[in-house]
Design a protein around this ligand. Structure first.
Ligand code: FES
Ligand code: FE2
Length: 395
């Protein structure tokens, strides 16, 4: 029998709102509880954008926590979401990450499903149990919703509707998805970071100009902007991004030109709890689908997009900008990978970490921040703590 929750998930959570206990980044029992309370709890998880699967039969696979998910555009054009498991004995139905299929055949006993998830045939079904009903044996579905083309799923029937759930971050999301969310996929960069998912998601506004050498080399500078949190752990960031004057660092400074974006809306981030990050910097539209691979590993699929109305030149510009600037090898982000693995190793030490930049209060949470405040992450930590049922120690 499993131990009662309370006997194995005690965490000494500090009294100050800007302090986080380090042991939550490497404890297996905490990770198992996160799967239950967060990944399979009342949260929406972005698993796809409609622009990734534009044609009938297009599909992608991904995880929510450790549960495999299959997203398919059916032969009728409708997008449906399933658990990626055969309805017979639970074999993983599709192993490819993306593709196009006319049907899905499970290799174990050759049950065959159509692109709408219905069971079309099962060998030897004349000998099946008396209550077997083919119509009820489709691929198991998972609750889903769509917002600006983003497909979200949730394992819980208690999760509120998506607009309520996103709250104020709808504003940042609209900017990042180029207004109307009518996107087409340019390609992916996929990476496995040696870091707990929470430290990956804890990337902050304070570090960017300090860690990333290219900020200086390119004269990459923000301007007017704001950062805001929501009670349920999301973060929105909207800022001007000044067109950098040529510093001579690039052979071709046109890499940094704004072609389809106002400089005043040059930088936006929607960070949706627990682990989805959607960004638009300059003309780069980037959705980062992520999921934990155990307590010390996080898989991230950086999806890059263009707008469906872009001409060929604009598409080429977005590809050049995206592949040079962002992702695990991007000029303004490449150092993050080494920090992720270093912070994971460093966090295997006792005690708490303390956020400092932008911390106005130590005894309560607030929601408006300056762009470079690391304190912008505190509302999401508060939502995490409450979701997990961890109590603060007395001050
Ligand atoms: S597990 Fe899929 S056909 Fe048996
Ligand atoms: Fe970074």
């Amino acid at each position: 029998m499993n131990a009662p929750e309370s006997t194995y998930t005690q965490v000494a959570w500090p009294a100050k709102v800007n302090e986080i206990p380090k042991d939550i980044f490497d404890r297996e029992d905490v990770y198992q509880l996160e799967l239950e309370k967060i990944f399979y709890g009342p949260e929406w998880h972005a698993v796809a954008h409609a622009g990734e699967i534009p044609n009938p039969g297009d599909f992608k696979t991904i995880n929510v926590g450790e549960r495999p998910i299959l997203v398919v555009r059916g032969d009728d054009g409708e997008i449906r979401t399933f658990y990626n498991a055969c309805s017979h004995r639970g074999n993983l139905l599709e192993t490819r990450v993306t593709g196009n299929a006319a049907e899905f055949e499970c290799p174990y006993h050759r049950w065959l499903f159509d692109t709408r998830g219905a069971l079309r045939g099962a060998p030897g079904d004349e000998d099946f149990s008396p209550s077997f009903c083919k119509e009820e044996m489709g691929v198991p579905t998972i609750r889903s919703t769509e917002y600006l083309g983003l497909i979200f799923v949730t394992c819980s029937d208690k999760t509120p509707d998506i607009e309520t759930y996103l709250g104020r971050t709808k504003d940042a999301l609209a900017i990042t998805l180029n207004g109307d969310g009518r996107l087409k996929l340019l390609g992916y960069q996929k990476v496995l970071y040696d870091v707990n998912w929470k430290a990956y998601a804890d990337n902050d506004g304070y570090h960017a100009p300090l860690l990333h050498a290219a900020f200086k080399l390119l004269n990459w500078q923000g301007g007017e902007g704001e950062q805001y949190g929501t009670e349920n752990g999301h973060i929105g960031f909207e800022s001007e991004l000044k067109v950098p004057e040529d510093t001579g660092f690039l052979n071709d400074p046109s890499l940094l030109h704004f072609k389809g974006t106002e400089s005043s809306k040059g930088s936006a981030i929607a960070s949706i709890f627990p682990v989805t990050v959607i960004t638009k910097h300059m003309d780069m539209i980037n959705i980062r689908f992520a999921f934990p691979r155990g307590v010390g590993s996080t898989e991230v699929h950086y999806g890059y997009f263009a707008h469906v109305d872009d001409d060929e030149e604009m598409v080429r510009h977005r590809i050049r900008q995206s592949s040079n600037m962002l992702g695990p090898t991007g000029l303004v982000s490449m150092e993050d990978a080494s920090i992720f693995s270093r912070i994971h190793r460093g966090n295997h030490t006792p005690g708490n970490v303390a956020f400092q930049k932008g911390v106005k209060h130590e005894d309560r949470i607030w929601y408006d921040f300056k762009q470079n405040d690391e304190a912008g992450n505190l509302p999401r930590w508060e939502h995490y703590r409450k979701s997990m049922g961890f109590n603060r120690e007395e001050a």
